[in-house]
Design a protein around this ligand. Structure first.
Ligand SMILES: *Cc1c(COP(=O)(O)O)cnc(C)c1O
Length: 499
């Protein structure tokens, strides 16, 4: 100690005495873990027997909203008891064989346990020479292999595709400004940047553009064809007009599986257009990307290999528990230049550093402390293999085809759009009904379906018409579940129409 005292610090003192809750014995960990495992077993096994969804009871919601932060703790068993009583019974429904809303898949047992194992290690995967960073590098490499990205490209796992797209478009902005964004941001630019999307592009692209300083007025919304795919002629004309006006086209966003109808933009055409105009091509494959594993869609999706960047969500059609998305960027060095605050002359390049290890993920994106989400993807991909995934995806596509066939064969139903494992349709009954009435009828029908507990869809609007939308990313569903959905929609439609 300063002052040269030879008194050493004492060994005792109340401040060092933490209670046993901070020092679980291995036996306590085991006993608690066994109870948790039993809860996982019961949850997964009982879900198909329960209503798909029931709203969280108002009394519970009120209690959640008003209960203050606990001042003193309770036993872990009490905490678990409360989970069992107030939380576990009220899922949003994904996990049920008749849940097909949004793009939410059921949990896999291995995913649930992988989450626990990752948390037990609890590393920050900012970087470093420990197992977790190498697991993420490996998973990133597997994804690049799936999509045919070349050596020199980079993958970063993200909390979802919104953040994957934000990351990719930041790199695109860095390219379009020739690096000046890192000196001046977008201040003082007299040549505004522009971004090209379709009328089916996900809202996360707009959010990203706004965060990157482009503003909605910089976004060109290109119309789509009768199958909801971006129109290349319109895109071409829009880029040419902007260039002629002295603007700087920053990026085109193509979608591989739109969230509305599963439409796949003409990707080969987009690659050609972007090359011709010298514009960055980002592909949003959040939902549909993994369909590249299916023969049926491979040719359509293969041009992704020529994109500058890709967003894809293992948390959607690879059934990995949330949150996990991924961004793939063809030019890994440019990605690092976009985010790194480490000057190039100080960057470590390699695996020869025993502690720092390979270049840190935190130099390639926004996050510093990073989740070990890679373990969930790694364990899932090891368990199923790409072939196993291909079978599961094909199962979902086959169920969508079954639903589509039902809709086409049933006069009271009308198909409004379909693609990959998505089917959009509406109830139209038997007599003539106006568009406004059909919208109102189907909105009411959907509300009853969602709260009735038999099946759960979401809705969307296609060319101003309200549609019931089924997105099947659910390995638990069976043909009988689809048949039950059709029956429920017909019955509810009839009831709603009858008033
Ligand atoms: C889900 C989705 C997104 C957004 O991804 P998140 O992982 O939810 O952030 C973007 N695009 C498409 C096509 C999607 O399906």
């Amino acid at each position: 100690m300063a002052g040269g005292s030879d008194e050493r610090p004492g060994t005792g003192g109340e401040r060092f005495e933490l209670g046993p809750e901070w020092r679980w014995t291995p036996e306590q960990v085991r006993a608690f873990g066994q109870r948790v495992t039993e809860l996982v077993v019961a949850h997964l096994a009982s879900q198909p027997e329960r209503p798909v969804f029931r709203p969280y009871p108002a009394a519970e919601a009120d209690r959640s909203a008003t209960e203050p932060a606990p001042r003193t703790g309770v036993s872990p068993d009490q905490v678990l008891g409360e989970f069992e009583e107030r939380i576990e019974p009220y899922p949003f429904g994904n996990g049920h064989p008749r849940f097909w809303a949004w793009v939410n898949s059921p949990p896999t047992p291995i995913g649930a346990f992988a989450a626990a194992l990752a948390a037990a290690m609890n590393p920050s995967v900012a970087g470093g020479n420990h197992a977790a960073t190498h697991v993420e590098r490996q998973v990133g490499g597997w994804l690049r292999e799936m999509f045919g990205f070349p050596p020199g490209s980079m993958t970063l796992l993200t909390p979802g595709s919104s953040l994957a797209t934000l990351t990719a478009l930041a790199v695109a902005r860095h390219a379009a400004t020739e690096g000046r964004d890192r000196a001046d941001g977008l201040q003082g630019r007299d040549a505004p940047l522009t971004l090209y999307v379709s009328d089916q592009t996900h809202s996360s692209v707009t959010k990203s553009a706004e965060l990157l300083g482009l503003g909605p007025s910089a976004i060109r919304t290109i119309p789509t064809d009768e199958r909801f795919r971006i129109r290349l002629d319109e895109l071409d004309a829009a880029i040419a007009a902007d260039r002629a006006a002295g603007l700087v086209p920053m990026a085109v966003v193509g979608t591989a599986g739109t969230v509305n109808t599963g439409a796949i933009d003409p990707l080969a055409g987009l690659v050609g257009a972007c090359r011709r105009h010298g514009v960055w091509l980002h592909v949003d494959g959040a939902y549909g990307g993994p369909a590249i594993l299916l023969d049926q869609f491979r040719a359509e999706l293969e041009p992704i290999a020529d994109a500058d960047s890709l967003a894809v969500d293992p948390q959607k059609w690879m059934y990995v528990p949330v949150e996990v998305g991924a961004v793939l960027v063809r030019d890994g060095a440019l990605m690092r230049d976009t985010f790194s605050l480490v000057p190039p002359y100080l960057r470590t390049g390699g695996a020869d550093d025993p502690v720092a290890g390979p270049p840190w993920f935190s130099e390639f994106g926004f996050q510093q402390t990073r989740d070990f989400r890679a373990l969930r993807v790694w364990m899932a991909m090891k368990e199923h293999g790409l072939d196993g995934y291909a079978r599961a995806l094909d199962h979902d596509v086959a169920l969508a085809e079954r639903l589509s066939a039902h809709v086409r064969a049933t006069p009271e139903l009308e198909l409004l759009g379909e693609g990959l494992s998505i089917v959009c349709f509406r109830y139209r009954g038997t007599g003539p009904v106006g568009e406004a009435d059909l919208d109102a009828l189907n909105r009411r029908l959907l509300g009853r379906l969602q709260t009735g507990g038999e099946a759960f869809l979401s809705g969307t609007v296609l060319r101003d018409r309200f549609a019931l939308r089924a997105c099947i990313v659910n390995f638990r569903s069976m043909p009988a579940d689809i048949d039950a959905l059709v029956e429920a929609v017909l019955r509810l439609g009839w009831e709603v129409a009858a008033g």
